[in-house]
Design a protein around this ligand. Sequence first.
Ligand SMILES: [Zn+2]
Length: 291
Amino acid sequence: MFPIVKNKISFVEAPDRGRFPYAHSLFIDDDVKVLIDTSCGKNYIDYFLNHNIDIIINSHFHEDHIMNNYQFPQAEIWAHSLDAPAIRSEEIFADYYGFRYFNEEKMGKMFFDWTGAKCSPVHREIIHGQILDFGKTKIQVLHTPGHTPGHCCFLIEDNILFSSDIEMSSFGPWYGHLCSDLDEYIKSIKYCMEINPSLIISSHRGYIKDDIQKRMHNYLNIIYQKEERLLSSLKQPMTLDQLTELMIFHGPIKNFNRLFRLWEKMAVFIHLKRLLASGEVKQVDDYYYLR
Ligand SMILES: [Zn+2]
């Protein structure tokens, strides 16, 4: 029913080409039946509900990856220890996003309700390097933090990488929340480049076969390009709110509503955190400026 990636591993293509709030999944139909991420659309979820899924692995805590965990109460849910708390608790989910930190708790609640995701238990916490054995299928956990603290990719037979939200879009890496870390993100993208996979399957772009190194390079560069724009804006002291209005992260968008504004603010904040740590930027009171 699903296109085979390798042996007993299939690709589950989510609706709308895997665009948010959907995300592509992998299905492992082995001695143990495994689904990686659960936002692949109602029809496929209904199919898996009839196929005795034993284990759900969440690549990270985001709503578009844990969406339907709650529909599989008989399954064990696995995730990295650093993201597990935000899968288990809506409060921690909102804190990881930064809604409380930026005094937008109400918006956090509305956002979570709007997505339709629900929290779920996490029964087993996975770690970097671990080989997960499901019968004939063995996949390796690669902890690739930055997008979220516990974001994981999965390596299949040394050359196929399920890269989750290192998703290779032309928009670039997403770090619009408090729990993101740009240095970690950069390290993780470089790590994926070093693995030199011959096939990448990303959560929102699906199969990527051609020009993988070049595409990863371009994807990484988007972070540096946005950072350059931020630095050139700081030739005069600016506050976080003023920087937010420049729309450096999202690029110009017509409907720059409250939620987008908050994500923009958080992404700029994440850049500033890195630039303050490296000493390129200084902060006095609410103002940031070049050193
Ligand atoms: Zn994500």
